[in-house]
Write a protein that binds this ligand. Sequence first.
Ligand code: NDP
Length: 242
Amino acid sequence: MDKKIALVTGASRGIGRAVAAALAASGCHVLINYRSRQPEAAETLARIQHAGGSGELYPFDVADVAACGPAVAGIIQTHKRIDVLVNNAGIRHDSLMVFMPAEQWSQVIATNLNSFFNVTQPVVKQMALQRRGRIVTIASTAGQTGVEGQTNYAAAKAGVIGASKALAREVAKRGVTVNVLAPGFIETDMTAGLPRAPLLAQIPAGRFGQPEEVAAAAVFLCSEAAGYITGAVLNINGGVYT
Ligand code: NDP
């Protein structure tokens, strides 16, 4: 198979599903990671296949370092390479800091920040050997501006921005690019319960974004054409001031 191999974490739903579909449409064989929602992940794969693309399911918990190494090793054993990694899996669990139990802090940091290390480290080793690769991580406006009730989430998202900028410098000579997308409010399960009117008032574009609008940027950053873009943070937020 001469298709590029692309691993997308958290691709059972939302932004990850749209990124997986768009990468498949651009010619990648997409490895669809998720944590627990197998039917939704199978639906992502079915949509890709229906559109003429290819992929397969790779469930593992990105917060669990002991699970990620073997999972990535299995991918490399099967496919001999990994060309694209999109670190998308994430959760939010909001609370004002004064009321936040330590576990709530740790869980969000583990899923949104430690996952960057857990998945990217074994992948980037392989990309460095290949002397080519594309890594894109989904951060958030919250990691740039801070949002009340999201100290845990904002810390994790700011963390992946810093880590990506540092890693970009480490692997630039190896032909590996490392970039970040920073979405604002995107229509997914994660934002489904939020009060709309006060949020829309903060967005110059006057609407939430669609997952496909994040996916289009991910595909570009993962393309050959984006080879000189690394360490960048691209806002996809309808003009929200960061
Ligand atoms: P969703 O809640 O719709 O989907 C989250 C995805 O992440 C699911 O596929 C879920 O898998 C997966 N996931 C969660 N935890 C783990 C884990 N431990 N291991 C593996 N997979 C996991 O989220 P969105 O699509 O909205 O968000 C995607 C990313 O974009 C996140 O990083 C989020 O922080 C970020 N983002 C989202 C914004 C928005 O407005 N929606 C704005 C800015 C950033 P499963 O289905 O199995 O639970």
